[in-house]
Design a protein around this ligand. Structure first.
Ligand code: DGJ
Length: 757
């Protein structure tokens, strides 16, 4: 059983069941009464003499303890401590002055707002009797396998918090979740519910790396020193958002690079309003990151006996720089998060009709594209927007999920059968959470959109947001999608969301519950996806929000890939994809080759566009009707290269060799997990003053192994005496390196290495 309290694969109606699961798991064990500590090769150990728990991964240790005030405290997070003699007990920080309490200077694991605590709290509650003082102390604990549950209780009331820690040994990652239980006899209104806090070792000079952006410019790597005060990364938009992504990395002294340096990193698994507070708290200069539901416009009344589960908050540590931090996350996503984690599948090469036909889809036109796509080696043909209702532009039709009879007089099945006869699967675009005011659905159910009665309903892209928190809306949308999937051979859904919330009112429920809309909306979207997948086990889903606006470890538990950006300009994509790869695996990253000029008006060669797109899940989104014979020949060759190395790209280790943010060349290397294959993608934006591209030293190879080298062109400058076809040592490739003859503007190449047996 996967120990997972999040909303994953469970609906909001399961709240009470969570309580039941925990009740059966948690037995009351006062600290100090344990017998022997477990052996130090187990992922979770309790050291009774010290009253500490050690959570060990392969290369890192996380230590929590109960201090002399019976508070739960972070003791250590960093490189693995290999001996039980190397641990210390939890000890509160001395008070600095009457202004700077010990409580606020001590690294609490889960600080409630109350007492003399002044930093960002993980939990803030108001009880019906008016009491707002929450002081959490240790109550009991349970260890089962790789999971530790620690229960805290308020000093006065029967308000409990279950902290659930799960250790993922090989990936050096720990998951934190919290469940807040109201066992009092009065309503407890939760005003902030965070999943947890990650305290890095006390000190100064830390640097924050995070991902920011906007539509068509997602996942841009951004860096800045952490100074006293708070930096809030958040979304108040109802979904993850392209503006900021719930991922962070912190390094010491700003000195870590791709290969070296201590890096603490983390990510939140939530696709609604989220918040990460990066705090350097004076007076102790303690840097910590608190994460969970955004407390903006948040209020959740817990009736007696009810509980509230927070999203999962993941944290990891490496001393091998940002490159290793990314590789650990990638491995973790592939082996624990993605829907195919138990039985990994390669991502198919897909074709998407959007840029070729926009809303002008019809049976004949799509068949013509499908025929051409199949010849290139495409495996999944996806028809995008425009196939339903009265959808001829973005003014009408959203919500009317029936096939447009003018465009498809015999329904979708003739097209689907044709696509299947060409050896491809069929996928279809939906935007289930949205409605155009000009739609039958809106005319029938104007009350189904989120709104404040009598107030304005702001449109964006001429659409309104359905209140997915409503169970009747959820059931309707599930029913419509389920019927489409049951009556047509659809293997893949592109699930789009093209605007953020406005007027998030929910007039049908009591006022005190209306703010639950932010969380219940997301839970219901998750639930629909989970039920669809359960009812249609072969279904795959792509998450899209006008590009990469909904990418996080919550949605990734139920979608197979993500539309990275509506910006398919290959040069821009180098940066977008680099940022994406800091947090998310290449396998998830959908990249299309499209036509030029791009959104920016830039034209790059087809080879360059292919090589950029081949670094993730390759797709083609061009108008194939306009391609020349030469384009087809090159594309067919590139698709075939991609298929020969996609397991390495999608399932291997990524080494970012040259960043597109520095200099004018980019190089990325992918090494298969068994070490037998490696692929080097190299790009030159613009050559100046005849400067050659820098020598590229590869990484992640075996020093003594021999690698046969092949390339797709003549760009490799073979050093004298080196026989590339026979084998070059890993040591030569990693230390001497390779020189590539990239010239002019937007030049590129691909070098493939196969380990000689
Ligand atoms: C936004 C997506 O990002 C595009 O790929 C396309 O699906 C359009 N929506 C369709 O309206």
């Amino acid at each position: 059983m996967r120990w997972h309290l999040s909303h994953s694969r469970k609906g909001s109606s399961q709240r009470v069941i969570f309580l039941g699961i925990l009740a059966s798991l948690v037995v009351s064990v006062p600290v100090g009464s344990h017998g022997e500590s477990a052996k130090n090769d187990t992922p979770v150990r309790y050291l009774p003499d010290l009253k500490v728990w050690v959570l060990d991964t392969a290369r890192a240790s996380y230590e929590i303890g109960v201090n002399e005030r019976n508070e739960l405290q972070t003791v250590y997070w960093g490189e693995k401590l290999s001996s039980d003699h190397g641990f210390s007990a939890a000890r509160s920080h001395p008070e600095h002055a009457s202004f700077d309490s010990s409580e606020t200077m001590t690294n609490s694991e889960y600080p409630g707002w109350g007492g003399k605590y002044y930093n960002e709290p993980t939990l803030k509650v108001t009880l019906a009797d008016g009491d707002r003082d929450l002081v959490l102390k240790y109550a009991d604990q349970t260890i089962r396998g790789n999971t530790l549950v620690i229960r805290l209780r308020d000093i006065q009331y029967d308000l409990f918090v279950n902290l659930i820690y799960t250790v993922f040994t090989e990936e050096d990652i720990i998951r934190k979740q919290a469940e807040i239980e109201n066992r009092t006899s009065q309503v407890a209104t939760v005003e902030s519910a965070q999943s947890g806090v990650w305290n890095v070792p006390q000190g100064e000079g830390y640097r924050l790396t995070y991902l920011t952006g906007r539509w068509a410019g997602e996942t841009q790597v951004t860096r800045e020193p952490i100074n006293p005060g708070k930096k809030v990364l958040e979304s108040r938009r109802g979904t993850t958002s392209p503006e900021l992504n719930p991922w962070f990395a912190i390094d010491e002294g700003g000195e870590a690079d791709e290969q070296h340096g201590r890096v603490w990193f983390g990510a939140l698994g939530w696709s609604g309003n989220w918040k990460l507070t990066v705090e350097d708290t004076p007076p102790s200069h303690q840097v910590r990151v608190t994460g969970g539901y955004n407390d903006f416009d948040f209020s959740w009344p817990l009736q007696p006996g009810e509980s509230l589960a927070t999203p999962a908050f993941y944290g990891g540590f490496t001393k091998q720089g940002f490159g290793e931090a990314s590789r650990l996350l990638h491995r973790f996503e592939r082996s624990e998060i993605l829907p195919d984690h138990a039985h990994p599948r390669v991502r198919p090469v897909l074709y998407n009709s959007w840029e070729a036909t926009t809303f002008n889809v019809n049976e004949e036109g799509q068949k013509a594209l499908a025929e051409k796509a199949a010849k290139l080696g495409v495996e999944l043909f996806v028809m995008d927007d425009g196939w339903f209702g009265k959808r001829n532009n973005d003014h009408a039709g959203l919500g009317d999920w029936y096939v447009n009879p003018q465009k498809f007089p015999h329904g979708l099945q003739p097209l689907i059968s044709f696509v299947n006869s060409l050896g491809m699967d069929f996928g279809l675009w939906f935007e289930p959470e949205m409605v155009n005011p000009d739609s039958d659905l809106y005319r029938r159910h104007p009350d189904w959109v989120m709104n404040f009665p009598g107030g304005p309903r702001c449109e964006a892209r001429h659409q309104l947001v359905l209140n997915m928190a409503r169970d009747d809306v959820k059931e309707y949308i599930f029913g419509v999608l389920d019927k489409m999937l049951s009556t047509n051979d659809i293997k893949y859904i592109k699930w789009d969301m093209n605007r953020h919330f406005s007027e998030p009112g929910w007039p049908e429920v009591p006022v005190v519950e209306q703010k639950e809309i932010w969380v219940k909306y997301v839970r219901n979207v998750y639930e629909i996806m989970d039920r669809l997948r359960a009812a249609h086990p072969k279904l795959e889903i792509e998450s899209c929000s006008g590009g990469g606006g909904r990418v996080d470890l919550g949605i990734l538990e139920r979608v197979d890939e993500v539309w990275t950006s509506d910006n398919t300009d290959a040069f821009d994509r180098l940066r977008i994809q680099e940022g994406f790869s800091f947090a998310y695996a290449p396998k998830i990253m959908s990249d299309w080759v499209t036509d030029v000029p791009s959104l920016n008006g830039r034209s790059t060669p087809l080879k360059f566009r292919f090589l950029v797109a081949m670094q993730g899940a390759l797709g083609i989104g061009a108008n194939l009707n306009k391609w020349s014979t030469e384009d087809f020949a090159l594309a067919t060759r590139m698709v075939s290269y991609y298929k020969s190395l996609r397991e390495t790209v999608q399932g291997g280790d990524l080494y970012r060799l040259f960043s597109p943010r520095e200099g004018n060349s980019t190089a990325n290397e992918y090494v298969s997990r068994d070490g037998k294959q490696a692929a080097l993608f190299s790009f030159l934006d613009s050559q100046q003053s005849l400067w050659p591209t820098p020598t590229i030293c590869l990484r992640g190879l075996e020093e003594k192994a021999l690698y046969r080298i092949s390339t797709i062109d003549d760009k490799l400058m073979v050093p004298p005496g080196i026989r590339v076809a026979e084998g070059v040592s890993g040591s030569f490739l990693m230390h001497h390196g390779l020189d590539l003859n990239l010239r002019g503007d937007y030049d590129s190449t691909l070098v493939i290495l196969e380990r000689a047996e």
